[in-house]
Design a protein around this ligand. Structure first.
Ligand code: GLP
Length: 245
């Protein structure tokens, strides 16, 4: 784990790692496949990548992205959608090609969702797998929306959101009754096949779940503990999130 004085320092470090991976691949004429996350935790990382694009000429022309998750059902124009979030914080401000951006589609019908998830999983494979996966963590120990009970080898699928997760989302949705009950998420298996994983956690209210994740037994009760089995994962924490370690 790497513990930073604050979330800003941690975010800058992670943005630099992503930028050098993008440049390294571009120099070799290769694509760079990034798995991306939403939530408040990665916002500063995206902010820094946008700054590097504007001020240092960092290009996203060779970048292919796959987002972890999306609420279901969810329209793209809804300001609570992860589709909206990603465009607002990153995609609208860099030179990434629209066809290289992949976010689970919250508009997919219930009867098509299973096949859609299979296709999403297949597209990640076809792209050559994830070179780098950025993660946040929920208070339930979820990564993406892999709630407690998720299988270590799960694939992209529709899941039912945990009550705690819906409570945490309720202020953004202006009330619990407006928070969707389901979501589409990459699986634990999908995430674990990434060549490199960085999980971000900031603030005191993440301290208990960070302790469980890093020091607890590997268990489907806290899906983030599965990351203990991944050879190239770094937990990037601020002092508050690391305070119970
Ligand atoms: C949501 C997202 C997760 C994210 C989590 C934590 O549940 N699906 O990917 O990690 O929120 O959010 P935050 O970073 O705002 O604490």
């Amino acid at each position: 784990n790497v513990i930073f004085q604050d979330s800003k320092q941690g975010s800058l470090q992670v943005a630099r790692e992503i930028a050098s991976l993008i440049r390294e691949r571009a120099d070799k004429g290769q694509k760079c496949v990034l798995g991306l996350a939403t939530g408040s935790s990665p916002i500063r990382v995206y902010e820094e990548l946008v700054r590097m694009h504007r001020e240092e000429g960092l290009s996203f022309k060779n970048v292919v992205t796959f987002n972890l998750d999306e609420y279901h059902p969810m329209d793209r124009s809804n300001i609570q959608s992860y589709h909206y979030f990603m465009h607002q914080h990153l995609f609208d401000h860099v030179d990434i090609a629209a066809e290289n951006v992949h976010i689970p589609d919250g508009r997919i019908s219930l009867q098509d969702v299973q096949e859609y998830c299979k296709k999403y999983e297949g597209m990640i494979e076809q792209a050559g797998g994830l070179d780098f996966q950025l993660l946040g963590i929920g208070r339930t120990g979820h990564i993406g929306f892999n709630e407690p009970g998720s299988h270590y080898n799960s694939a992209t699928r529709e899941i039912t959101l945990d009550y705690v997760t819906r409570i945490d989302a309720s202020s953004a949705f202006k009330g619990l009754e407006n928070v969707p009950r389901k979501a589409i998420t990459m699986g634990i298996g999908t995430i674990k096949r990434a060549k490199r994983i960085v999980l971000l956690a900031w603030g005191q209210n993440k301290a208990p779940v960070i302790r469980e994740t890093i020091e607890g037994d590997i268990s489907s009760e806290v899906p983030a503990t599965y990351l203990q089995e991944h050879a190239n994962t770094t937990f990037v924490l601020d002092k508050e999130a690391a305070s119970l370690l």
